[in-house]
Design a protein around this ligand. Structure first.
Ligand SMILES: *Cc1c(COP(=O)(O)O)cnc(C)c1O
Length: 705
């Protein structure tokens, strides 16, 4: 077994804590900790793409030794390490002070994806970032969570756009030994291998641990030698299209994940499912109780009373449904273990309206858990409407699906320079109490010049990043000059810049702003008040519709009539998201309502003073207050596009370019400030995590006692 020390033989003892710190993502949301790595060698930090494990492994011994001779560095090191140890061991935390004053068994949190950091590509989009942000916040609040997910060695995909605008999906294999994840060993010091119970022929998994502050996330990996190739590939990619492999993926996550926790000796009190992909974990909880002698009724009652299910999907077609013949293939020897016959078992997952369609993971999750929620107020309504059938004797408004609106982890998404500005004007402790709206009133004390100057600096940073990416592709791949223009080299730092970055799912209508080309070109090419738009986003590898929309946009980027004012930046990931939500002037969002269950990127932008221009859907229905951005209600493509052009022409563009004699757009800055202070406290993961605890965990924990 290799300890952290063995992994970094070149780190001198005096600063050996760097190794421990590198393996805890705590560094990712503490700028001082990131600085500790950056100070060693700026270039190496950049080349590692901000991954301290990779950097420390590659750094020459001399650099580490010279750090030990630098008293300033050592001072800084001691400060950060003290704070780190204090944070991950302290017993003083919100959870223990406000919820339960003794230790309890942890809440097991299951999710198919986690968006935590650019060095861990285990996410596709919003669902993953929600889960990642949630774990970080649970660590901050001391909520005892243990999390389970998948290790996807090929991540999602690396996006490369061909000259003709078609997206190529390049698999990039993650070097597990270079990532901030640790192998789990058994007591003999060998890599732990767990067999997914009751599946024949057998599937084996191994396990990796990601330390997220005080929270441990266990990642299941099927890519090991003793599995045959079909089994090895179960977790190669997120959301496999092949239905049988998809079922096997969910069996491994739910049933295998439960077995992993058992094997590690981790008992849990409450189960929280982030979307239905992991719902088979409910079966294992029930089966375990039946094994101890309970009846199915009693066992399922107990499991219900201690299980939480968060649904994220606002359309019937978005839920996983598995055909019965596949359920038979994998579960026919499982039914008896629950004391159920085939029909009774399959009944647990049928949709009342389409009982023959198959085993519906959402219907199953709703039936077998007591606490359920949608992810915004609107999505709660949509979910109650969609699932009323499961509660035929209740009126729609009484259907027991609550809502808890998503929020973002503020320390992760606040840009460090903005954080310093808040330290200065909100007080150095603002972050400790950041879901308290009163603190944010002081945003008004920030001088306009100071906020505007930092914003401009962040915009330059984004533009430089975009240009560097373009330069690198030009050098390395010798792509066509078209692609270089397309990737944003003509972007002008003084022009009003819209950001639009999200998955290329059709309902997001990424190309809506091209609806009336004449009107758009007028806005783009205005002589004194030009507009420009930076796009980013990936289409799912099997989504040709999404790829066609992307291609359409890409072809506009190098249409000379667009004047080089449309850019498409490749490979949207967590890092690019950070640059974009900090550096553009306006964040645009125009999905087909009510399909954006919540949306979170607009929160990330608003927190950093980038106002949101959005259709009234998802969180924006709650977030928009008339002064903190712009809104329009949905009425189809024609009407929605018209609403966007009209707002841009009449309000947004004039406001942005109305500057005083110092060059400051005072009224625009007012909107920026209003966005920060109205959105920062409310749409935070802190407010969200407290709601999960107060509404659900508190009662579920009581039932678990
Ligand atoms: C925040 C985030 C998302 C989710 O944003 P939406 O507003 O839900 O589209 C997706 N991808 C990345 C990289 C993000 O940072």
């Amino acid at each position: 077994m290799k300890s952290i020390k063995d992994k970094f033989p070149d780190i001198p003892d005096r600063i050996s804590g760097l190794g421990e710190l590198a393996y805890n993502l705590w560094w990712s949301w503490h700028p001082q900790a990131r600085m500790l790595f950056k100070m060693l060698d700026r270039q190496a930090w950049k080349e590692s793409v901000h991954n301290p494990v990779k950097m420390l492994k590659e750094l020459p011994r001399e650099i580490l030794e010279s750090a030990v001779k630098d008293s300033e560095y050592l001072n800084y090191y001691d400060g950060v390490m003290a704070r780190f140890h204090e944070d991950i061991t302290t017993k003083v935390c919100w959870f223990l002070e406000n919820v339960i004053d003794s230790t309890c068994l942890p809440i097991a949190y299951f999710s198919a994806e986690y968006g935590l950091h650019r060095s861990l590509p285990f996410y596709a989009g919003g669902l993953g970032f929600l889960a990642g942000d949630y774990l970080k916040e649970c660590s901050d609040l001391g909520v005892p969570v243990v999390a389970v997910g998948f290790m996807y060695p090929e991540g999602y995909l690396r996006q490369k756009i061909r000259v003709d605008g078609w997206q190529e999906d390049i698999d990039e294999v993650l070097d597990r030994d270079d990532a901030p994840i640790q192998r789990i060993f058994n007591e003999k010091g060998e890599q732990l291998i767990v067999r997914v119970p009751f599946i024949d022929p057998p599937i084996f998994v191994t396990v990796w641990k990601v330390a997220v502050g005080r929270v441990s996330l266990y990642l299941i990996d099927t890519d090991i030698d003793i599995n045959d190739p079909w089994n090895r590939s179960i977790a190669y990619h997120l959301y496999i299209g092949d239905i049988e492999q998809r079922l096997r993926q969910e069996i491994v996550l739910g049933i295998g994940g439960s077995e992993v926790l058992n094997t590690l000796g981790i008992r849990h009190s409450v189960l929280h499912l982030n979307e239905g992909h992991c719902a088979f974990a409910l079966l294992e909880r029930i089966r375990g109780r039946i094994e101890e002698g309970m009846s199915f009724e009693k066992a399922s009652e107990q499991v219900r009373a201690t299980s939480v299910f968060t649904t994220h999907t606002p359309v019937p077609a978005g839920h996983d449904v598995f055909p019965f013949h596949l359920m038979d293939k994998y579960f026919s020897h499982y039914y008896p273990l629950l004391g159920l016959g085939r029909d009774d078992f399959l009944q647990l997952g049928t949709h009342p309206e389409y009982p023959a369609a198959g085993f519906n993971m959402t219907a199953f999750s709703l039936r077998m858990s007591y606490y359920h929620n949608g992810v915004s107020r609107r999505h709660g309504e949509v979910s109650r409407h969609m699932w009323q059938l499961l509660w035929p004797d209740k009126k729609e408004e009484d259907v027991p699906i609550d809502s808890i609106t998503n929020g973002i982890h503020v320390p992760t998404w606040v840009e460090p320079k903005i954080e310093l500005l808040f330290n200065k004007y909100l007080g150095p402790d603002w972050l400790k109490d950041h879901d308290n709206s009163v603190i944010w009133e002081r945003i008004d004390d920030i001088p306009d010049e100071e906020l505007w100057q930092i914003h401009y600096w962040l915009k330059m940073k984004l533009i430089n990043f975009v240009r560097e990416q373009a330069r690198r592709r030009w050098l390395e791949n010798r792509v066509s000059p078209f692609n270089i223009i397309a990737s944003g080299t003509l972007i002008d730092p003084t022009a009003l810049t819209i950001g639009f970055a999200r998955r290329f799912a059709s309902y997001k209508r990424t190309d809506l702003i091209f609806h009336d080309l004449g009107r758009l070109k007028k806005l783009l090419n205005h002589r004194w008040r030009p507009l420009q738009i930076i796009f980013a986003g990936k289409a799912h590898p099997s989504d040709d519709d999404g790829k066609r929309i992307l291609q359409r946009i890409f072809n506009f980027t190098h249409d000379p009539e667009m004047g080089g004012r449309i850019a498409f930046v490749e490979n949207y990931d967590e890092q690019l998201a950070q640059y974009m939500v900090h550096g553009v002037d306006l964040w645009l969002n125009n999905p087909v309502p009510p399909l954006e269950a919540c949306g979170t990127s607009g929160m990330k932008a608003s927190l950093n003073g980038v106002p949101h221009l959005s259709i009234l859907d998802g969180w924006w229905i709650e977030g928009f207050n008339g002064k903190n951005g712009w809104a329009f209600s949905g009425g189809g493509d024609d009407q929605d596009a018209d609403a966007i052009y009209t707002l841009l022409e009449n309000e947004i563009v004039p406001l942005y370019y109305k500057v005083d004699d110092k060059g400051i757009p005072r009224d625009w800055v007012k909107v920026m400030k209003e966005a920060i202070k109205s959105i920062g406290p409310i749409f935070s993961a802190r407010r969200m995590a407290k709601e999960y605890v107060q509404k659900f965990y508190k009662n579920a924990l009581k039932s678990a006692m």
